[in-house]
Design a protein around this ligand. Structure first.
Ligand code: MN
Length: 440
């Protein structure tokens, strides 16, 4: 499953588009993430695009130039559609061929650069949509730190349930309410049990929270009844996006036993428009290991490649902006910084476990990583952890405080990878904001 480094990753590679070289930018020529877009306010068809600097390479326009040939041309045609499912279904050889063709067309000195330049659309003039028809969405629970922090609030003496270190925990989520960055939704209403009460009340959620996650878009699926082995698992992963699994904690606390989350999670889930491919993330692979004394994964969840490089070092940040901050022109304030490398289960383990019983995954299916909290509380990816269940408010730049989200608040997730000897790449932004509850 190893993704080898190749000429598309070379840190010295430069594009003829100057903004691709912006220091600290998310979209250098080594990244080349995919989205689905059109010009804002237009009635154009949505189509696939690839980010470069502050521009989007319009894949439909590029396909019409005839500059891309061979296997990459078939991938380009698939990527020009109004959703990326067809491209996802083609598999990693096709994805890599398209990446190489794009890299060669977009680098300094490329033949055809003048023609490719006519296929650019400024990101600032684009609107995005959910990049695939998501047939099914499954949310995992892969951060042991999140599971422990949450468990402590409910079971101080026994925070981590005994299955956690053996089985990748997940539940089947809701695909229809997944939206792209910029999503606005009404504060959910529902049943909650007030502290000390014996009967529930019906009304607006009072403990509206975030969950900092990564989304995993599946590529080629598997036949019903045919599991995907660890050594093949990453061949089925198209790429990663940012994901905010908004959560109504008070509704969740009342409804979640015995079958798990339901209306506390399915009112909205926001993802970033850009999907960063596993190819692009190859320089940021890292080893997967278990702390001494923890059980090793069962054989079906273990592989040499997974141990050697099955984890990814992706930096993650959560920013919160209140209406008062917005009025004062203040940028979102960071309330959490962490890395994906702290996850207890890897991408490959999620895919293999999901299919071990014969469950079939399909192109465009989405997996959530679960809240990606790191080992310390300032690395916690949800307010319920950052505020210790509401006991320690988060203080923002103008002295405002938050326990949970209030109406008008906006949350922006960011992710990026950075290290010496490799190009910095990023995920762009995943932003969403809260409208008041509907009048009952
Ligand atoms: Mn979640």
């Amino acid at each position: 499953m190893s993704t080898l480094l190749n000429e598309t990753h070379h840190p010295a590679l430069r594009s003829w588009l100057a903004s691709a070289q912006t220091p600290g930018g998310d979209f250098p020529i080594q990244n080349l993430p995919f989205a689905v877009f059109r010009r804002q306010g237009s009635d154009e068809a949505f189509r696939g695009g690839v980010a470069l600097g502050d521009q989007i390479v319009d894949l439909a326009a590029l396909a019409r130039t005839g500059l891309v040939t061979g296997e990459a041309a078939a991938a380009l045609q698939a990527g020009a559609q109004d959703r990326l499912n067809a491209l996802m279904a083609l598999g990693p050889t096709a994805w890599s061929a398209l990446r190489l063709a794009l890299s060669r067309l977009l680098r300094e000195g490329a033949a055809g650069a003048d023609t490719v330049a006519t296929c650019l659309v400024p990101q600032a003039q684009a609107e995005f949509t959910v990049p695939a028809r998501i047939g099914d969405y499954t949310d995992f629970y892969t951060s042991v730190h999140h599971a422990t922090n949450i468990g402590k609030q409910f079971r101080p003496d026994n925070p981590l349930l005994p299955n956690y270190k053996w089985v990748p925990i997940g539940y089947h989520g809701r695909a229809s309410s997944i939206g792209v960055s910029g999503q606005r939704f009404h504060r959910p209403v529902g049943q909650t049990l007030p502290p000390g009460a014996t009967e529930p009340v019906f009304g607006p959620c009072r403990r509206l929270d975030i969950e900092l996650e990564l989304g995993v878009f599946l590529g080629q699926g598997n036949e019903l009844g045919e599991p995907i082995a660890m050594d093949d698992a990453e061949q089925h992963v198209f790429g990663l996006c940012l994901l905010n699994d908004w959560s109504a904690r008070d509704i969740q606390a009342w409804e979640y036993q015995p079958l798990g989350p339901f209306l506390s999670k399915n009112f909205a889930t926001t993802i970033s428009p850009w999907i960063v491919t596993l190819d692009a993330l190859a320089p940021y692979r890292t080893g997967f290991e278990r702390p001494a004394g923890d059980p090793q994964p069962l054989a079906y969840l273990d592989s040499a490649a997974n141990r050697q490089e099955g984890a990814f070092d992706i930096q993650l940040d959560v920013g919160l902006q209140t209406p008062a901050m917005r009025s004062a022109g203040l940028a979102p304030a960071s309330i959490c910084r962490t890395s994906y490398r702290h996850a207890y289960w890897t991408l490959a383990q999620m895919v293999t476990h999901h299919t071990v019983n014969g469950c079939n995954l399909q192109p465009g299916d989405l997996l959530g990583s679960g809240t990606l909290s790191g080992p310390t509380l300032d690395q916690a990816g949800a307010l319920i952890e950052l505020t210790q269940g509401g006991k320690q408010p988060v203080t923002l730049p103008q002295g405002e405080q938050r326990v949970y989200l209030e109406d008008g608040d906006s949350v922006v997730l960011r992710g990026w990878c950075e290290k010496a000897g490799a190009a910095r790449i990023g995920f762009g932004a995943c932003e969403g904001s809260i409208l008041p509850a509907r009048t009952l």
